[in-house]
Design a protein around this ligand. Structure first.
Ligand code: NAP
Length: 259
């Protein structure tokens, strides 16, 4: 592990009641997801692509809430790295209760200026990553006949967005993937849903000019940007017993920006 509890003593492993996996957990919405799922007897595994102090900060929040933090540098676009990540998780805890596919990137440009590399990179991370991680988690969830998979899509995947053809295509792909997985895994009591955030204040949106931010906020009926915790609260609900009859849904968290 490169962030979190270094070695898990046998006693700690045998005490684990819930195993949560969050991709892209080092910052933004992913960190809020890790924190929201953290509680005693819960192991929160998360990954990220760039090794820096952000992974440690997420791990500290998980540990402060009483959880067990396990952070690894894993590129979700890499089949081999994702396989190693899930082997570690299943090897340590023997199960996966919740997978949140959250890792995502943007490489925005108008289509006529978009480089093929930026097209491919966004599809590989945002959609390929969901495929790799879901395939790994589903194997374990099918055996256990239980589990919840939550995919973070975007308002852009539903409404489209000029300058984000690559990102919107990947996020729309996640919606089709979510519905297909919901149908495929329902007979094993595994639910699969998507959350479509609107404009959430994170590093991903911090580069926007102030004028652009105010223009976006003017289109939000609730009159403010969302926070990562607004998204995390819904994910915790979708993974709970209270949501066990909800599958194949795309739930919007956008302050009313898209209805
Ligand atoms: P963020 O602050 O930029 O954080 C992105 C996270 O993804 C980081 O932890 C990053 O790790 C990780 N990541 C990026 N590429 C990765 C890869 N190849 N493998 C593993 N991890 C990777 O973004 P965010 O705003 O929290 O977004 C989280 C999710 O919500 C994304 O799927 C995004 O598309 C979606 N979303 C966001 C908004 C918004 O307004 N913010 C709106 C709709 C949807 P490093 O720290 O190592 O870079």
């Amino acid at each position: 592990m490169s962030a979190g509890n270094p070695e898990l003593p046998e006693k700690m492993i045998s005490d684990i009641e819930q195993t949560i996996v969050v991709t892209g957990g080092s910052r933004g919405i992913g960190r809020a997801l890790c924190a929201a799922f953290s509680r005693p007897k819960t192991a929160v595994y998360f990954n990220y692509c760039c090794p820096d102090e952000t992974g440690d900060q997420t791990a500290s929040q998980i540990i402060a809430a009483g959880g067990i933090a396990r952070g690894m540098q894993i590129d979700v676009a890499s089949e081999a790295e994702v396989s190693r990540f899930f082997k570690t998780i299943v090897g340590e805890t023997g199960k996966i209760d919740v997978l949140v596919n959250n890792a995502g990137i943007t490489r925005d440009n108008l289509l006529i200026r978009m480089k093929s590399d930026d097209w491919r990179k966004v599809i590989d991370v945002n959609l390929g990553g969901v495929f790799h991680c879901t395939r790994e988690a589903a194997r374990t969830m099918i055996q256990k006949r239980a589990g919840s998979i939550i995919n973070i899509t975007s308002i852009a995947g539903v409404a489209g967005n000029a300058g984000q053809a690559n990102y919107a295509a990947a996020k729309a792909g996640i919606i089709g993937f979510t519905k297909s997985m919901a149908r495929e895994l329902a007979s094993r009591a595994v639910t699969v849903n998507a959350i479509a955030p609107g404009y959430i204040e994170t590093d991903m949106t911090s580069h926007l000019a102030d004028g652009v931010k105010s223009e976006i906020i003017s289109q939000i009926p609730l009159g403010r940007a969302g926070s990562p915790t607004d998204v995390a609260g819904l994910a915790v609900f979708l993974a709970s017993d209270a949501a066990r009859y909800i599958t194949g849904q795309v739930i919007h968290v956008n302050g009313g920006m898209y209805m």
